[in-house]
Design a protein around this ligand. Structure first.
Ligand code: IMP
Ligand code: MG
Length: 211
């Protein structure tokens, strides 16, 4: 097999201004601001995993991701949980939709347990993983549904929380970051199915969804 030649150019050194410019160039025009960089998110995910491992030590834990928005957070969090002390952690997914393709919550929540339910969760400790809490409708409904399946306990971890937007009384047990009322994309969160795969948490420009 032919060896791959090492790059001949030394790593580039960028000035702060050049680095900022480069960063901005890599960011889509619809993005107003990067709220949390990839490394800030990773550091917080690691802290959440440590808290979760401390609280669930010796317990039979099933982590249930809420599709689609939680898929990236779920993937990083569960690997961190496995590394931080619960390698036997199990996973499931459920699907909840309330938004359609608009940026305004519709209020009613459609839940699909994706084949899981009492047989998977009865007598087990379930941790629901959500990308963001807004009105609180989705998680209140999901937590009630999982409890109705006979789970030994139901808790919630949310990466982001717009506390000021609640329509119903609901608090997560673990929260990554409390944020203001701005429309977020990236790290799993979308606007009309776009921008989920940005590695950071960002604010979408209002012009991008107000027309
Ligand atoms: P809730 O039922 O109003 O709490 O809404 C929760 C769901 O709305 C989340 O799982 C997201 O899918 C979606 N959502 C709420 N705020 C945002 C946002 O700023 N960006 C993208 N999705 C959001
Ligand atoms: Mg969601």
């Amino acid at each position: 097999m032919r060896a791959i030649a090492a790059p001949t150019r030394p790593p580039q050194t960028l000035s702060v201004r050049e680095a900022a410019h480069k960063l901005r160039k890599d960011i889509p025009d619809d993005i107003e601001e990067v709220l949390f960089t990839s490394s800030e998110v990773q550091a917080r995910v690691r802290e959440l995993a440590r808290d979760i491992c401390r609280d669930y030590a010796g317990k039979d834990l099933i982590v249930v991701g809420v599709l689609k928005g939680a898929f990236i957070f779920m993937s990083d969090l569960t690997r961190a949980i496995a590394e931080e002390g619960i390698p036997s952690v199990r996973i499931d997914f459920v699907k909840a939709s309330s938004y359609g393709s608009s940026s305004v919550s519709a209020g009613s929540v459609a839940v699909d347990l994706c084949g899981s339910g009492p047989t998977r969760w009865s007598g087990r400790h379930v941790l629901l993983v959500e990308d963001i809490i807004d009105s609180g409708n989705t998680l209140r409904r999901l937590a009630a549904d999982v409890a109705g399946c006979g789970a030994a306990s139901v808790r919630v971890v949310a990466l982001l929380d717009k506390k000021g937007r609640r329509q119903v009384d609901f608090e997560a047990d673990y929260t990554g970051f409390a944020i203001d009322d701005r429309f977020i994309v990236g790290y799993g969160l979308d606007y009309a199915e776009t921008y989920r795969c940005l590695p950071y948490v960002a604010v979408l420009r209002p012009e991008a969804y107000s027309h």
